[in-house]
Design a binder for this molecule. Sequence first.
Ligand code: KIV
Length: 289
Amino acid sequence: MSSSTTSPYGGLPVGGPGPRKPLTLPRLAEMRARGEKIAMLTAYDATFAAMADAAGVDCLLVGDSLGMVCQGLPSTVGVSLETMRYHTESVARGLQRVQGAAWLIADMPFGSYQESREQALRSATVLMQAGAQMVKLEGGGWTTETVRFLVERGIPVCAHLGLTPQTVHALGGYRVQGRGEQAAAVLTEQARALQDAGATLLVLEMVPAALSATLTQQLAHCATIGIGAGQGTAGQVLVLHDMLGMNLGKMAKFVRNFMLDAPGIADALAAYVRAVKDGSFPDDAVHAW
Ligand code: KIV
């Protein structure tokens, strides 16, 4: 049965929990503390942002995956800061059109933070002024001091470890990371350092389920958000187009197409939120390594 109702947003159907309080960092920490799973989804434009917000998505990520799904690029490497600013503004405007409850995160694109901490601050400022409430940057080790620098200056940071798509060429492809004792130890050390530097969210991408579950337990002040990282994380994220079955290439093992059982997009978005919250997505037997 459809859970859709009609919204003031151009008459689009929005199936979701109804009005809710805006998400904040303390509210995300509370959710994590009481064991409520955090549902995150990417968004790149105003309409989908409004629909995802109305469907009850907790965090919207303006991911640099837009390079692939919106711009047709072969990877995220070619995405510019100006493109991220444009899409962040669009998503922020869409959020304000309906209820504006979701927490808005924007990706720092390749080349916008690698040079120096000052360059990172300038790039993060562009995204925050476009409407982001938090920025995400990829990698561990050298990024730790950049994270600390941004957090000390009032910019909330989401870190990203495991498969970091901006370094796909260095990693040798889109493959599982953190396999084996040594790789797991390095990833664990990097995650701890990022937490200590002030990162409050940590995306774990394509990491073995057992490792991400252990990390989730160990990181008391940083909520893990998994993508292809099993059920044991504090939350989940998927690329919007993937979970709507709009994938031009091969669907990754960790993706579920929520359109298969939904009469419409609003219902698929609401089903995703429900499945993350009740733990039925991901199913480790199907979606994890
Ligand atoms: O760019 C993106 O969409 C991301 C998610 C896959 C986590 O970084």
